[in-house]
Design a protein. Structure first.
Length: 318
């Protein structure tokens, strides 16, 4: 026997990303499905809401009660703007206006505020609702509390930032002498080889200056190694101050020995810069009672000048 159907108004259907109301003939067995679907929506852990075009809350499931702390009875008297933190209030009108003009809003992460005033991170999807005549009537939202995930993400980002910072420090430690804060011997030689090959390739002139503190062993014997370290730090600071062009390369070769590589246009330039450094060193007058030369720290310097056309193939031949 054929079962009689009946007309039910306002049956909801999702079509092309929008939720619409239509009239449809269906049979009593469909009621079972509808009731089951309603139960799923009602009991979902996700917050599922229905919002009018003016922002009034029309439907509020248990997931929404749990997430926001408002009972269904309370929510149905509210405008959904109340769920927006102050800095996000303008989003409410923007969302409704955008959908009214036919814009499709993809799922996105945002923030909402609970009845207790707690700001929570929320993942949200929005579905537009239209009447039988195609008029925009409101929106249906599905919202999920992702606060724990966001907290974990922020912690992970903070950890990654610390790791990057640690890696940068390790890179610096790998190339910088920890006492004098100039390039260490290994990194200096690596960079010197690079500068050498570049000078050879382009025919540039290159000067290598080697500095050595005179009678530094006697300085340590007289004043102690701690004072010796302080002396090295003061001298390295002076070296950095005088040879700080982008193309200059400064390094500590070991002990009391420093080196500088200079790209230059003429040899007089090298002599002028070297003399300025040595004059500055002498003016510092760091006491050195153990030196047979002068009663303060002095340095000996050797300079090798090379032109790219004359450079040996092996940079270490210097």
């Amino acid at each position: 026997m054929e079962q009689k159907g009946y007309i039910e108004k306002d049956f909801e259907r999702i079509e092309n990303g929008s939720l619409s109301f239509l009239k449809r003939t269906h049979y009593p067995k469909d009621d079972i499905f509808q009731r089951r679907l309603a139960a799923v929506l009602r009991d979902s852990n996700d917050a599922i809401t229905l919002i009018s075009r003016t922002g009034k809350i029309l439907a509020w499931n248990r997931g929404a009660e749990k997430m926001y702390g408002y009972s269904e009875a309370e929510a149905l008297y509210m405008n959904f703007q109340k769920l927006f933190p102050k800095r996000c209030r303008h989003d409410a009108a923007r969302i409704l206006r955008a959908i009214d003009f036919g814009e499709i809003i993809e799922s996105y992460d945002t923030q909402r505020i609970t009845k207790q005033g707690k700001i929570i991170d929320v993942w949200m999807t929005i579905t537009a609702i239209y009447s039988d005549f195609g008029e925009f009537e409101g929106i249906a939202t599905t919202e999920r509390d992702i606060t724990d995930r966001k907290v974990a993400e922020r912690k992970l980002k903070a950890t990654e930032a610390k790791l990057r910072e640690s890696n940068e420090r390790l890179k610096v430690l790998a190339r910088v002498d920890d006492l004098t804060h100039v390039n260490n011997r290994r990194y200096f030689i690596e960079q010197f080889k690079r500068d050498f090959l570049r000078a050879k390739r382009h025919g540039h002139s290159l000067a290598v200056i080697i500095f050595d503190i005179d009678y530094f062993k006697q300085y340590n014997d007289t004043y102690g190694h701690q004072s010796g370290d302080i002396c090295l730090q003061r001298i390295s600071a002076a070296v950095r101050n005088h040879f700080k062009r982008a193309s200059d390369l400064v390094g500590r070769l070991g002990g009391e020995e420093f080196a500088v590589v200079i790209n230059y246009q003429n040899r007089e330039e090298v002599e002028v810069r070297l003399k300025a450094f040595l004059d500055d060193l002498n003016s510092m007058e760091i006491p050195h009672a153990g030196s047979p030369l002068l009663p303060y720290v002095t340095m000996s310097a050797g300079v090798a000048n090379y032109h790219g056309d004359d450079l040996e193939s092996d940079p270490m031949a210097f």
